[in-house]
Design a protein around this ligand. Structure first.
Ligand code: ADE
Length: 253
């Protein structure tokens, strides 16, 4: 996958991509990330990429011309360059379904804004989609672009050492992840659940599915409301709820 990132802070993007799964995806040739600085497409003495907002108010707005010229260069260098995505709090909320959909693309162009945002006419004319990584405001789109690239890299075949890893990620099945344990078996009296020590793979799979369903029910019930459960999953969740309620009743005595 090739991702072109338009950003005033290319080093920020390049540095963070060197580590972990994204770093490995790049070194294995599965992911190529190019950065483009709109400051290099500015004219004039001050090389301004921003200007004051029409109508007044605080902050500055990114100008059309440097961004438009930068996007033109991106599209000349990669043909076709793929969907152009603007990261902003006004965008569609990114979730694992959205990531899975974007991961089908061979190429993407990510536009990271700064200041109060980007002149709306650039968005109308040049942007295909607007995505947000959450209902909060970052100081710029770079971290959002990095979050998106990281989530995409996990899904590239060969990026994870164990290809099953990403299938087991939280949300891949619209559920939260089950709990994980490693050695030692006992930490200050807290033991690893016996089922994980027994080597019965079917029982382990059942336990994990039950925990994933139960945690989702406890922590993110709205995820279950949009996902239908099959008969086996319903039995596992009912069992989790029964046990949970019995524990709660015990601790209330
Ligand atoms: N830029 C600033 N805040 C953002 C957010 N929440 N998501 C994506 N891009 C952003």
């Amino acid at each position: 996958m090739r991702v072109d990132v338009v950003t005033l802070f290319p080093e920020m993007v390049e540095t963070l991509l060197q580590f972990g799964v994204t770093g490995r995806a790049v070194s294995r040739g599965l992911l190529a990330v190019m950065t483009w600085n709109p400051r290099n497409s500015t004219n004039g003495r001050y090389r301004a990429v921003d200007d004051r907002p029409y109508g007044g108010g605080p902050g500055m707005v990114m100008k059309v011309q440097p961004l438009r010229d930068t996007l033109k260069m991106v599209r000349c260098s990669v043909e076709p360059s793929g969907r152009t995505i603007y990261l902003s709090p006004q965008g569609k909320l990114l979730d694992q379904d959205g990531v899975r959909d974007l991961a089908k693309e061979a190429r993407l162009v990510l536009l990271a804004g700064r200041y109060e945002g980007i002149d709306e006419r650039l968005i109308e004319a040049e942007v295909d989609e607007e995505w947000s990584i959450g209902d909060y405001v970052l100081s710029g789109g770079e971290l959002a672009a990095l979050v998106l690239i990281d989530t995409l890299a996990r899904l590239l075949p060969g990026a994870l050492n164990d290809s099953k890893s990403s299938e087991q990620d939280s949300f891949m099945d619209s559920l939260l992840d089950f709990p994980h344990y490693t050695r030692p078996v006992d930490v200050d009296g807290r033991r690893v659940p016996d089922v994980l020590l027994g080597g019965n793979h079917a029982a382990i799979a059942c336990w994990r599915q039950r925990e994933a369903l139960g945690r989702t029910w406890l922590r993110r019930p709205e995820l279950l409301a949009t996902r239908s459960l099959n008969a086996a999953e319903q039995i596992l969740l009912d069992d989790f709820i029964r046990e949970y309620q019995a524990r709660e009743a015990d601790s209330g005595d």
